[in-house]
Design a protein around this ligand. Sequence first.
Ligand SMILES: [Zn+2]
Length: 289
Amino acid sequence: MEGPQVRALADRIHALVAGRAVDRIDVPADRWQANVLLKHCAGRQVIRVQSRGQWLIWDFSHGISWVFFPLRQWRWSLEDPLASASPAHAPLAARSGKRPLLRLALSGGRVLTLSGRPIFLLLMTDAVLRHPALKDMGPDILDLTFTIPEWVRRIRAARPQTISRTLINPAIACGIGNELKCETLFTARLHPACPVSTLPAAALEKCLTVARQLSEAAYSRAMGNPLPLHDHPRVHDRAGEPCDLCGTPIEADHSGADGHWSWFCPTCQAPQLQPNLFARLPHAHRAFE
Ligand SMILES: [Zn+2]
């Protein structure tokens, strides 16, 4: 689950729980040592549920926050006894077969259940953004006050890397996971190994604009309002399948120490098609010496 999906999840949960008290909290006795702390939040009011990148943050009225990261598959599901025919019965994130980890009975009768194994932190609300996992994160790509020129400036100020690693570097901008990265590079016709330092400003701005458009479309889909943009991955996790545009088999490549794979079309995203006409790649440089 990437930033836009977590943002949509946060917005949907916020609409259900904000301003409500949590009447009861149940956790499996053998799962978390945080049992006592979790139960300490029973009777308290949820102020808001929000996201930052892929982190989901619940803020309670007594200055405590729950902070989740979807390390593996998870599911939030809702039981609403007051609206038995409501579509809200559907899971908030469609995953199944996971053990319940946390069950919250809200004032008014609704019950929210979290299944799966996310990372979970329990923090003072005013310390959340100082936690080592969150303190160095850049702006969220869905934050509309975060402009493309500011994104370019942050990229140019960071240590130069490939465009592939740059897009998923949360210190520059948070919210882009590996799937959005691969789909962005395909749409922008950029090879994952393209050094960001060789990209002209216009190509970089186009790439970031695509990333934002795809992120907004992913958010909209997760909110149940699909936009007519890419309702299936064009390259992500499709190694060996034909490219939608040219039929060339999609390739997968390990982009290096960050541990992420990149899927791409070797024809549509060929390095020689890159707009870096005046840049000298290391091997080209040697050839002229
Ligand atoms: Zn292609």
